[in-house]
Design a binder for this molecule. Structure first.
Ligand SMILES: Nc1ncnc2c1ncn2[C@@H]1O[C@H](COP(=O)(O)OP(=O)(O)O)[C@@H](O)[C@H]1O
Ligand SMILES: N[C@@H](CCC(=O)OP(=O)(O)O)C(=O)O
Length: 372
């Protein structure tokens, strides 16, 4: 059934990683880029919509600047990305032109997707490009990102784009055949997982970090990306870009690499946006009763909050932490951190006498809350 679902996928996000786009970290693999363009053009002929999330800006910049190694400092990487991003989109535009198609460059930061207005704008621009038959080529806006606001790896960005566009599938192409039971570079006995449920916690234990000096994130970010993509109903395939026609074959429903299936009912668009808030302004510590209430779909009341961590304003995105220290949910706080501290452990009826007013009876309303 899951295979049929990929065969029926109309809107697909394809992510190609640094480990694949580049020749050993310096320069672009133009043959590979031409090959992906050919496969994507085939899918366009079948009236399917494809968005490409591509890494490779830093690697291309390193080559253009004539450097003999990847830079170490952030500002050198950002400079290389700025030079190389132009080369990256030139390469894609030339490759797609051969099939009578155009590409569009989209550079995103986390802030663009965390702000609801900009999120909606990004969505309408992307859907307009798809209606025009243009292939959006998305990368992180490396020039302006700082550690606090960056996606870091493009797997996360691919998942957020799949959420943003409510795509049916996320295809992550990398330098390994898929997800193995352990990093195959380190464990010769590792075996390939063919199919699993996205979000299955045992998968995170199998996945390790990046295997090369080129890639960022490794397999763990791909497994987490699949969990995230599943929230809007997208299945994720992790496959090798060195296979013959991996994109085209996956899109016919063939099982190539690892398929991580979405089994959870898709979240509403608003909850989806909330789930995509990667930057949290603070933490609310909950007691066991509150954890149970949240899991049962209820709102978070002040009585169940034992402590408040961080400084934040009303409306900020905060994490809800269980007594064992696990994030069990995140949501938008109806109270700033100062007020939240005053009403923690108190009944809703006490709020007015403590604060002199009641904004909302709950700290986080269930409509603004999402279980992790
Ligand atoms: N369980 C695993 N299965 C497969 N690959 C793994 C696993 N754990 C870690 N890896 C490493 O993840 C690497 C792919 O991630 P990365 O280097 O970030 O590539 P990309 O640039 O395509 O995102 C592989 O080369 C591999 O060494
Ligand atoms: N934005 C960076 C790529 C980030 C990165 O390497 O991500 P990944 O392909 O997931 O290993 C670039 O274009 O060079």
């Amino acid at each position: 059934m899951s295979q049929t679902r990929l065969a029926n996928a109309k809107r697909l996000v394809v992510k190609v990683g640094s480990a694949l786009v580049t020749n050993n970290g310096t320069g672009l693999d133009l043959a590979a880029i031409n090959d992906w363009a050919r496969q994507i053009a085939q899918l366009r002929d079948q009236k399917r919509e494809i968005v490409l999330v591509s890494s490779g800006a830093v690697a291309c910049g390193v080559q253009r600047l004539g450097w003999d190694r990847r830079p170490k400092t952030v500002h050198e990487k950002q400079a290389a990305a700025a030079v190389g991003q132009a080369g990256l989109v030139e390469a894609y535009e030339a490759a797609f032109n051969k099939h009578g198609m155009h590409t569009a460059q989209i550079l995103l930061t986390h802030d663009d997707l965390a702000d609801r207005k900009r999120y909606l704008n990004a969505r309408s621009t992307l859907t307009t490009l798809l209606e025009l038959g243009v292939v959006p080529i998305i990368n992180e806006n490396d020039t302006v990102v700082t550690d606090e606001i960056k996606f870091g790896d493009n797997d996360t960005l691919g998942a957020l784009v799949a959420n943003l566009l409510e795509a049916d599938a996320l295809i992550i192409l990398t330098d390994q055949k898929g997800l193995y039971t352990a990093d195959p570079r380190k464990d010769a006995n590792a075996t390939l997982i063919q199919e699993a449920v996205a979000g299955d916690e045992s998968l995170e234990a199998m996945a390790g970090g990046a295997g090369s000096r080129v890639g960022t994130g490794g397999m763990i970010t791909k497994v987490i990306a699949a969990k995230r993509a599943a929230r809007s109903g997208a299945h994720t395939a992790i496959a090798s870009g060195h296979e013959t026609d991996p994109i085209a074959r996956l899109a016919t429903g063939e099982l190539v690499g690892t398929l991580l299936i979405s089994q959870t009912p898709p979240l509403t668009a608003r909850k989806q946006w909330l789930a995509d808030h990667l930057q949290l302004a603070g933490r609310l510590m909950l007691d066991a009763g509150a954890v149970e209430a949240l899991r049962a779909g209820k709102s978070l009341l002040p009585i169940g909050v034992t402590a408040v961590d961080g400084e934040f304003e009303r409306g900020a995105a905060v994490a809800c932490i269980s007594p064992e220290g696990r994030e069990i949910a995140r949501g938008l706080s109806n109270y700033g951190s100062g007020e939240a501290r005053l009403i923690a452990r108190k009944t809703t009826a006490d709020i007015e006498s403590i604060l002199g007013y009641v904004d909302e009876p709950e700290i986080i309303h269930r409509d603004n809350l999402i279980l992790s």
